[in-house]
Ligand binder design. Structure first.
Ligand code: GAP
Length: 437
């Protein structure tokens, strides 16, 4: 099947309630989005899959949840106050503002089409500013974090001490970040408020290259393991002139979005830039002491930095398929079961009270373990289609035979094969196929 168009995905996301425009009843707020019932479940599942692979299944990575608002000195030390800028130009004709380095043509305004109408580019700092306390003044200026990474660096020594981990080890964090992007866009791909999943892996400088290669492979494989089509994902090494000021090497994991290849995640070798800078600016020695070797050094950092909201969007696009069932077209999201917002739909064949009663019993048995949905309205075929369209891996149908044989029909989203399963065996049957969700 050809890749879905951008509009197809945006329409599905709106129609099924994955994503709503923020402040919709007030006309919306440009490039701000709210996640509806299915969207929040998909996003949560992406974040859980990341946490499971990065923290839960590893003995060398621990978690952290640092504050969104930190001391402004953190952002001075990290370079964000001085260098987290994009080049901004304004069209003197229509007053549209653009990011200069993303313009298709450097001398033609994409909004009004007028040529040679741009002001000189000026640096625009992407951090959102606010004030701490009741009076707005320069002395209480603070920033909303533009990345989760810095809270990890400032806690390096705290976490090392309490976890008693030895280098090499990592600290993972996920959560909201904020960037006052000049040109947000492409739906939830680039927004001003978004969620990141970042892990900082601290290593001896001599081992940094090996760990860099390791994490590039691991992170590429994570998307493939969650079912992403290998033809839609690639690794791309940054050219020298693309590297961030702190990095000596970076790979991007790119996804083939409807508009072309674009970044899902970056894996960077940040050297000892961060711990060295925070030591210099804070005056606290953040070097690591290796007792066995009798050596004190600033660890190098390998950083896989992914966007959670961006990854959820990519998984949604990748899962989208259209096929034909008994001459009727169907839309199906072939989401990996771990990512599917609803794992099991429980559907009585009719609204008859005795079927609805059994449906309730089945639902009660399943819902402590998985996200389920009960749907009792409309013809069964339409209900199947709806569940296919939101990616539900299994539909359990309670029919009239159920009243005699205490069994239900389980339909597989992808093969559409149907199995008759006793209600008493249903949890085990689904457990074999879904795991713990
Ligand atoms: N600590 C390094 C760092 O933040 P980044 O490449 O700027 O690196 C990491 O961001 C990831 O965060 C990106 O690969 C992308 O997935 C996500 N991201 C960055 N800006 C975003 C935005 N405005 N909207 C949505 N996701 C964004």
């Amino acid at each position: 099947m050809a890749a879905p168009s951008f509009d197809t995905i945006v329409n599905l996301a709106g129609k099924r309630g994955f994503v709503f425009r923020a402040s919709e009843i007030y006309g919306g707020l440009r490039s701000a989005y709210d996640y509806g019932p299915l969207g929040v479940a998909l996003l949560r599942n992406v974040k859980s899959a990341w946490w499971r692979s990065m923290v839960q299944l590893r003995d060398d990575v621990v978690g952290l949840d640092s504050a969104i608002i930190q001391s402004p000195r953190v952002w001075e030390a990290s370079g964000h106050v001085g260098q987290f800028n994009d080049p901004l130009v304004e069209c003197v004709s229509c007053h549209a503002r653009h990011r200069f380095d993303r313009l298709e043509s450097p001398d033609r305004c994409p909004t009004c089409g007028i040529r040679d109408s741009f002001t000189d580019a000026r640096d625009f700092n992407l951090m959102f500013r606010t004030h701490m306390g009741p009076v707005a003044s320069d002395s209480n200026l603070v920033y909303l974090r533009p990345e989760t990474a810095q809270g990890i660096f400032t806690n390096f020594e705290n976490v090392r001490r309490v976890s008693r981990l030895k280098v090499p080890f990592g600290i993972a964090q996920l959560g909201k970040s904020f960037r006052n992007e000049i040109t947000p866009g492409q739906f939830v791909f680039r927004t001003r408020e978004f969620e990141q999943m970042e892990m900082e892996f601290f290593t001896h400088p001599d081992q940094a290259d090996d760990w860099f290669r390791y994490w590039v492979e691991e992170r590429h494989q994570w998307y493939l393991d969650l079912g992403m089509n290998p033809g839609n994902i690639r690794l791309r090494r940054h050219e020298e002139d693309e590297l961030a000021h702190y990095a000596v090497a970076t790979y991007d994991v790119d996804y083939r979005f409807p508009w072309g290849w674009d970044e899902l995640e970056g894996i960077a070798n940040r050297t000892d830039f961060d711990l060295r800078r925070h030591s210099e600016v804070s005056g606290k020695d953040l070097r690591y002491f290796d007792q066995a070797a009798g050596e004190r050094f600033f660890p190098y950092v390998i950083e896989p930095a992914a966007g959670a909201t961006r990854a959820a969007f990519a998984f949604l696009i990748d899962a989208y398929h259209e096929d034909t069932v008994r001459d009727a077209p169907r839309t199906v999201l072939r989401l990996d079961a771990r990512l599917a917002p609803i794992k099991v739909a429980v559907l009585p064949l009719s609204k008859k009270p005795d079927l609805v009663e059994v449906t309730g019993r089945v639902a009660d048995a399943l819902c402590p373990r998985w996200d389920i949905e009960v749907d009792i309205t409309q013809a069964i075929g339409r209900r199947y289609r709806r569940q296919d369209e939101i990616g539900t891996p299994y539909c359990v149908t309670v029919d009239f035979d159920t009243l005699d044989d205490e069994a239900v029909t389980v339909r597989d989203r992808d093969t559409m094969a149907q199995d008759r399963v006793g209600i008493g065996q249903l949890r085990a049957y689904l457990g074999e196929r879904l795991g713990d969700g």
